[in-house]
Design a protein around this ligand. Structure first.
Ligand code: MN
Length: 322
């Protein structure tokens, strides 16, 4: 079992533009000795947009909620729409609306400009909005890769049925996991990634127990989005991010073809007395650490301060994307 190291949740939310009300649960700029980039590598930033209600926006055409044109360089942004929809347009022609349950995996690489707004349909009708934006670092060998855009529909994600492990004879399905990225046993997720990453969207609807398996080489985190359950025997509720102990094995110590051993994470979703189960929603993030220095500020994440300074100079002098 991979032990829990810490539980992070008491973050004050803040606005990103006027469209996204988020708690920053991972930030590569944080230098806390117990929770910094070395514990989350390759994940640079994790903004969780807790469910927030928006009124209909009658001025959508001229003033949509969100953020206008802005740059990114040196990493990937992964946006998951849980409730509400996000419209995106970028400088390499990527364009589309992230519908509920869908994921956009945008590679900024050597540089991209984009805008992120509530979709027109959502803006006009208003309602509850909830999303995640995750920043995934790129290794130096791919930092300046061409910008790219993967639009991943929910229907294209492999879905794994979760069987109650306390009652295998009955083969009771207690929930499911959508494999956005990575591998679940022999099943490969929908997204292409530059380094080994698992991103699993998990929902439990029936009381029972199940086990997640992650490589012992991966930094591992688990967001509780809705409900309450026991993780490795510890009760955890919505809004919290679990940080697991550091990996016990390192890729650099292994042969290329060697497969890492699996660590387990035990999920127990207890039955309620009245038999009504409020669904539990979880997002598992795990990844092999890239292990390179990071020089990041604002929308840019490079390896060295000089690369970062050059990127700001390029941006200020109109040489950012050519
Ligand atoms: Mn952005």
């Amino acid at each position: 079992m991979r032990p829990i190291k810490n539980i992070h949740g008491d973050k004050a939310p803040h606005w990103v533009g006027d469209g996204f009300y988020v708690k920053t649960l991972i930030n590569h700029l944080d230098d806390s000795p117990d929770f910094n980039y070395s514990h989350t590598d390759p994940f640079l930033l994790f903004d969780y947009g807790t469910p927030t209600t928006f009124d209909p926006n009658p001025n959508y055409k001229t003033q949509p909620h969100g953020i206008g044109q802005h740059p990114h360089k040196g990493f990937e942004t992964v946006t998951i729409a849980y409730e509400g929809e996000i419209s995106h347009a970028d400088s390499v022609g990527g364009q589309g609306t992230i519908q509920e349950g869908d994921v956009q995996w945008m590679t900024a690489g050597r540089g991209i400009m984009h805008e992120e707004f509530h979709s027109e349909a959502f803006g006009q009708r208003g309602g509850v909005f909830s999303m995640v934006q995750l920043w995934v670092n790129l290794p130096s060998t791919h930092k300046l890769t061409d910008p790219n855009y993967q639009s991943i529909k929910r229907v294209d994600m492999p879905i794994v049925e979760l069987i109650d492990s306390h009652n295998l004879d009955h083969q009771t399905t207690i929930g499911k996991a959508a494999i956005i990225a990575g591998t679940w046993q022999e099943i490969t997720g929908a997204a292409n990634t530059f380094t080994p990453i698992n991103l699993w969207d998990i929902e439990l609807h029936t009381a029972g127990a199940t086990t997640l398996k992650v490589p012992n080489t991966h930094n591992t985190l688990l967001l509780i989005q809705e409900g309450e359950l026991l993780v490795n025997g510890t009760s955890v509720s919505a809004g919290n991010l679990i940080q697991f102990d550091a990996p016990t094995q390192h890729r650099t110590d292994m042969q290329a073809e060697q497969k890492p051993a699996a660590d387990t994470i035990e999920l127990l979703y207890p039955a309620t007395e009245n038999g009504e189960q409020a669904p539990v929603k979880l997002l598992l993030l795990s990844g092999e650490p890239i292990g390179e220095p990071v020089a990041g500020y604002g929308p840019f994440v490079m390896n060295t301060q000089e690369e970062l300074r050059q990127t700001f100079r390029d941006y200020q002098t109109g040489n950012f994307i050519k």
